[in-house]
Design a protein around this ligand. Sequence first.
Ligand SMILES: [Cu+2]
Length: 436
Amino acid sequence: MTSRREFLAYTGVGALAAAVAGPVAATVRAGEVPGSRARAAGDPYLPVHTLNGWTLPFVMKDGVKEFHLVAEEVEHEFAPGTRAKCWGYNGSTPGPTIEAVEGDRIRILVTNRLPEHTTVHWHGILLPSGMDGVGGLNQPHIKPGETFAYEFTLQQHGTHMYHPHADEVVQLAVGMMGMFIIHPKAGETVPVERDYCFLLHNWAVHPGTYRPDPSIMQNFDLWTFNSKVFPAIDPLVARTGERVRVRVGNLSMWNHPIHMHGVQYLVTGSYGGRWPHNLWRPETTEIVGVGQTRDIEFIAVPGDWAFHCHMSHHTMNAMGHGIPNALDVDQSGVEAEIRQLLPGFMAMGRSGMAEHQEHIDMGMLPGPENTLAMMMGKGPYGNLEMGGMFTTVKVRDELPRGSYADPGWYKAPEGTVATRISTDPDFGNPPRRLPG
Ligand SMILES: [Cu+2]
């Protein structure tokens, strides 16, 4: 893909860039990973890095930044082992991130290649009523095969989204959404050195099926960051000491408490752009409600740090609902009987569910077609027993500036890893409150 610098040169506005540039982190250089988008001298802003995604290029036409979205069916992989026929934009779900600068005049062409009509609503963006994209209210629907043009001037900055406002239950459920990032015209007083963004979503891709089910309201099978589940979600990488911003938007049907290990992050913004500094507050978990966006920022601390939704069922992949609770249940008698009906049936769950991932990895539990195991992922010390809305923040001293490549697992300094000191359950004399 064309880099922003090449794009600016191509469109002839490179010379203007210095005039609108905010504070530039002079040490940031373009990365060695194709598609990495580190800030380069002359760029008017640090481009965002869309996790597992991409940014939509534009062309300049008579002083207007013109983007072109194509609403269409997308063959999407959530992680190796589960695919679905989804709908998205320009070949992906979520659609590409739209990125521009406060004050820009923009035109967005929307071509509909879906089998039904659609529209695009620019969620959170201040614009004329007729550009707001609610089908039937603000405009006629965009019928299959048609192209509509939206055009308005960006009057604000911040973290925004776009999605259809036509047959929303279906079109959102099958993946139509994207992020819309507007950078402040005046630059930022506290510059960030990495700027990630992603969307939260949920999907009902039932075992053995390939079409997300729009009728499901709560019990979803897959919980995603940018339409990917762990372990297919890219890590957020950073160099020690860098200031990192993560912009999170939520177009799912649940609120998600987004938790990060290792730091107290600051919640610094949302639709309203970056908030005044006196409104920044330290958190380790921030609820990103349905339809909301939140920006968090932190100074990168070396290590591998979990970054996930704190609803524990949202960090699982496909799992059963409403099944009998097997905890502490001796199933040895019924196991043989059930095997007569279900050859290969293996009773599980008496001592917890951690054994599930081991059984899957040993090939003992071939699951239904097109379904991911509930628990997945391997770390340097064992199974992670995670799925869904989980990834890691990987911070390294030696990470090249602007590189987004996965640096592998953290090598903890000697003496800084929790270690086994006994295998005796009666070890020590800890205070305990015993029943009775
Ligand atoms: Cu969640």
